[in-house]
Design a protein around this ligand. Structure first.
Ligand SMILES: NC(=O)c1ccc[n+]([C@@H]2O[C@H](COP(=O)([O-])OP(=O)(O)OC[C@H]3O[C@@H](n4cnc5c(N)ncnc54)[C@H](OP(=O)(O)O)[C@@H]3O)[C@@H](O)[C@H]2O)c1
Length: 307
């Protein structure tokens, strides 16, 4: 099935939460969903950056229905407060798990609970958020959890025996490992939701190779230097803007033909319109999914309410 990112179906009446929505792929996902008529909750850790993103969407999409909600995905109290606020709404139609560290620190760092920071940001916080928000998703018809994976899942390896990279940390291992874990989580969540007969669907997407230097400038949201624009444009043959990177998560939220367990990414691997694309065997492995799940429950200190 083809999909035209410039002709989105009407999304009025649907509430979508996007984590890390003040910049990059998360911002554009929010803007595009708001343009389609969805009510978009921008879940961001910095109030000023969230406000800048809200103002930008309202400027660019006159009748946009948007709000900001504080969320730091490395802070359990913040995650729990967000989940409680969403449960209070009664119903959430989609949760886009986008927040992430894409340029990990050179040296291993940890969050307040001792978890490696990239793992914590890119998967553990989202695991806890989904677990706690599940009743609000179940209350919607055709709700979706959309997990941002990465092409890095093709190049790295998930070390179950050292998920926290206590030995041999490198920024690349941290990033690739966290994104493989995110994809394994997304597909395992799909299996568990199906087994429970749930109407909630778990979809995994990746935005190809999307850079800020190839993305429209927006005050308070994206202002790359001229040097960055020049350098990123040199890679134009295989990169796209983050506005285009958002097309896969937006399709995952809105396309009625997408279903749980699907994997979407750009047609040209690193760039192009979003299509169904093959995920790695490891990402889809039920054995890996079953082994990772309790490790995530343990590290996130969060039992997941699905067997
Ligand atoms: N761009 C690509 O080519 C690419 C490729 C594959 C996968 N992805 C995935 O796509 C997602 C977005 O990437 P991007 O390129 O748009 O990155 P980005 O421009 O760096 O944006 C990352 C967003 O995540 C937020 N964030 C970081 N740590 C957070 C925390 N602890 N709590 C809440 N929010 C936090 C950031 O907020 P602050 O502004 O406050 O830092 C920002 O809004 C990531 O999951 C990434 O792994 C991107």
């Amino acid at each position: 099935m083809s999909w035209d990112p410039s002709a989105l179906p009407d999304a009025h009446g649907r509430t979508v939460v996007v984590t890390g929505a003040n910049a990059g792929v998360g911002y554009w996902t929010s803007e595009q969903l708001a343009r389609a008529g969805a009510h978009v909750v921008l879940a961001c850790r910095d109030p000023e950056r969230a406000e800048a993103a809200l103002s930008a969407i309202r400027r660019r999409v006159p009748r946009a229905s948007v709000e900001a909600m504080p969320l730091d995905v490395t802070d359990r109290r913040s995650i729990d407060a967000t989940a409680d606020a969403l449960l209070g709404r009664g119903r959430v139609d989609a949760l886009v798990l986008n927040a992430g560290i894409v340029h990990p620190p050179g040296e291993r760092q940890t969050d307040a609970y001792g978890n490696e920071l990239v793992l914590s940001t890119n998967i553990l916080g989202h695991f806890r958020l989904v677990a706690r928000t599940l009743p609000a998703l179940v209350a919607a018809t055709d709700a979706r959890v959309v997990t941002l994976g990465s092409l890095a899942s093709r190049l790295g390896r998930l070390r179950l025996d050292d998920l926290q990279l206590e030995s041999g940390y490198t920024s690349w291992r941290a990033y690739a490992g966290s994104k493989i874990a995110a994809q394994v989580f997304g597909f395992e969540l799909d299996r568990r939701l199906r087994a429970a007969g749930s109407s909630v669907q778990s979809v995994v997407v990746h935005p190809g190779y999307s850079t800020s230097g190839r993305t429209p400038g927006i005050r308070g949201v994206n202002h790359p230097s001229r040097l960055k624009r020049f350098a990123d444009n040199l890679q134009a043959a295989w990169t796209q803007g983050k506005d285009s990177g958002a097309h896969a998560p937006v399709r995952a939220v809105l396309d009625p033909a997408v279903s749980g367990g699907d994997y979407l990414g750009p047609a040209g691997w690193t760039k192009g319109p979003p299509i169904h694309t093959p995920a790695t065997r490891a990402s889809r492995s039920p054995r890996l999914g079953a082994a990772l799940w309790p490790l995530l429950e343990d590290a996130a200190a969060q039992p997941f309410p699905l067997p």
